[in-house]
Design a protein around this ligand. Structure first.
Ligand SMILES: *Cc1c(COP(=O)(O)O)cnc(C)c1O
Length: 362
């Protein structure tokens, strides 16, 4: 096997040996008592992290499965898509491809959703679903989810669908308190688990609405998840391996302490932002909306990013990301979510410094 390059990219994130060992546990039947026990065992910690009394469902799919599924379950009239980065832009496309009527609330990449403008758009009464990405991983920007939730309170008929794929467990996102209808995340970002799973919660009113939505399909039918949840099971054969890994990870999170985990992520974000600014870089997102999960740094110093990434791989066996989609080469991204610590991020930043020096010399 070739030498492992440690991932500091914003997904998949580096998976620890301990998690990989849990992932490699022997199989059990997914309709067995053992599986039911495993399913029930992870519920309380998941509900704690979602800040909800509602069930937390597990889908064996990447996050996009549930992102598409939420629309198929809840969009009956028209979807309004908040757009300001690669993932949120794509969600509009996914809505249209699913045969849903959709409109854009479009901002330039890195610019957050304006709650007042959102309110004015919703006042038209045309919409019954809203998609918003809390943490736009492509631009390293966090939307003001609390302010958006405040607006959504005035529009209870509009299903409030929130992607927390790269912010879940990085900071407190209280599902019940914010009145969110669907909140979803993936396994391979801040949870530092292997890819292939998505976790989501659905409000009571959204569940009632789904019952009346035609053509929900089967694989992502929320009613199927609810029905099977009542038996501590999933609709189809789940990634049992991911359940083992999740159980191991949740124990780690509770052992660290949820508040300590949030603080650790904030410390790493602050370190990375300070480092960037000290080196003369600017951050890509609008000031005040920088992500806590990752830092998207503007390449205002015109450095050769592919060369930087190659040097980091060769010298230090680590890798960062060279920018996503239309801002590839114009930005680079450093992930500081998951199992990273101020120590590992500090070392990474030193490694980057050494490589930058080398690039400047030549
Ligand atoms: C990674 C990511 C996704 C897509 O996740 P998949 O697991 O590849 O489906 C969606 N939204 C955000 C914000 C992401 O970071």
């Amino acid at each position: 096997m070739s030498k492992h390059i440690k991932l500091f990219i914003p997904g998949p994130t580096e998976v620890s040996k301990k998690t990989l060992e849990a992932f490699a546990s022997p199989m059990i039947g997914h309709r067995s008592k053992e599986f039911q026990a495993l399913y029930l065992e992870v519920q309380p910690a998941l509900q704690q992290l979602f800040y909800t009394q509602r069930p937390v469902f597990f889908s064996t799919s990447s996050a996009w499965g549930v992102m598409e599924g939420a629309l198929r379950n809840l969009a009956q009239k028209k979807v309004l898509c908040c757009m300001n980065g690669a993932f949120s832009d794509k969600w509009f496309d996914v809505a249209v491809r699913s045969g849903k009527e959709a409109e854009k609330l479009q901002y330039p990449w890195g610019t957050p959703v304006d709650p007042t403008e959102l309110k004015n758009r919703l006042k038209s009464g045309d919409f019954d679903a809203l998609t918003v990405i809390h943490n736009e991983t492509s631009t390293g920007m966090m939307n003001p989810i609390f302010e958006i939730a405040e607006v959504m309170r005035e529009f209870p008929e509009v299903s409030f669908i929130v992607d927390c794929v790269s912010s879940f467990s990085v900071l407190k996102i209280p599902f019940d308190e914010l009145g969110i209808d669907v909140m979803l995340t993936g396994t391979q970002k801040a949870l530092a688990l292997p890819p292939g799973g998505a976790l989501f919660a659905v409000s009571q009113r959204a569940m009632a609405k789904a019952e009346k939505t035609p053509a929900r399909g089967y694989y992502f039918d929320f009613l199927e998840f609810q029905k099977n949840h009542e038996k501590a099971m999933t609709p189809s054969t789940p990634s049992i391996s991911l359940f083992y890994a999740l159980k191991s990870k949740l124990a780690e999170i509770l052992n660290e302490g949820v508040e300590n985990r949030y603080q650790r992520h904030l410390t790493m974000a602050q370190m990375t932002r300070e480092w960037a600014q000290k080196r003369g870089f600017e951050l890509f997102p609008k000031k005040g909306f920088e992500s806590i999960s990752l830092s998207c740094v503007k390449n205002n110093l015109q450095i050769d990013i592919p060369r930087l990434i190659q040097l980091l791989k060769n010298r230090f066996s680590v890798t960062i990301d060279g920018g996503y989609g239309s801002i590839k080469g114009k930005t680079f991204r450093i992930s500081h979510m998951g199992d990273e610590t101020p120590e590992t991020i500090g070392r990474l930043l030193e490694n980057i410094d050494e490589c930058l020096e080398e690039i400047q010399k030549s």
